[in-house]
Design a protein around this ligand. Sequence first.
Ligand SMILES: Nc1nc2c(ncn2[C@@H]2O[C@H](COP(=O)(O)OP(=O)(O)OP(=O)(O)O)[C@@H](O)[C@H]2O)c(=O)[nH]1
Length: 199
Amino acid sequence: MLILASSSATRKALLDKAGLSFETVQAPIDERRIEAEAQAVGADGRDLALLLARAKAEAVSRTHPGDIVIGADQTLALGPELLHKPDSREAAIRQLDHLRGKTHRLHAAVTLVRDGALLWSDVQTAELTMRDFSAAERDSILDLEGDAVLNSVGAYRLEGPSIRLFESVSGDYFTILGLPLLPLLAALRDIAPDLLFPE
Ligand SMILES: Nc1nc2c(ncn2[C@@H]2O[C@H](COP(=O)(O)OP(=O)(O)OP(=O)(O)O)[C@@H](O)[C@H]2O)c(=O)[nH]1
């Protein structure tokens, strides 16, 4: 069985649309604690995404012997600063105002783990520049997006009306949504082709 160790509805949707059959299991890890420990030894956004993706897959692998577990994590770096998913509309407003008119990076990491062993990992980075949008424009986009932006590290959904807040985007679409799907599919074809086309 293929397992996605993520509670992300977006990641689940991407694998569903790719026609994969899998289970989702939320990883029982303390992301903030791992982040604090990693940053204390100088980890940057890219390192942290990989560390968390691996920790999630390893944690779920321990309770699912024999299964291939996909771990994934995405960090948002504005210069050296790491931003996180907003927990309210007010926090989303603050987050978008913080990103307005600037360029930030999204680091999306993905891992494959079986019986605690790391089989494969990858980290992809995208660079996104936001327009210097007005507060009125920001608020009308948040009205259109609703609570969906609370599940997104940048308080936006590139595939939704939020796209109107962007100046430019460079990098893979799936990386921005939070799961480097093409490298993951290539790794699964290599490691467990039967899981891509279950009998
Ligand atoms: N739909 C959508 N989701 C996005 C976008 N950018 C980032 N995200 C989501 O932002 C979230 C990043 O937070 P993570 O900590 O990696 O994942 P999570 O949602 O908390 O889920 P876990 O894997 O259980 O930690 C992921 O769910 C991404 O799918 C976007 O443009 N569109």
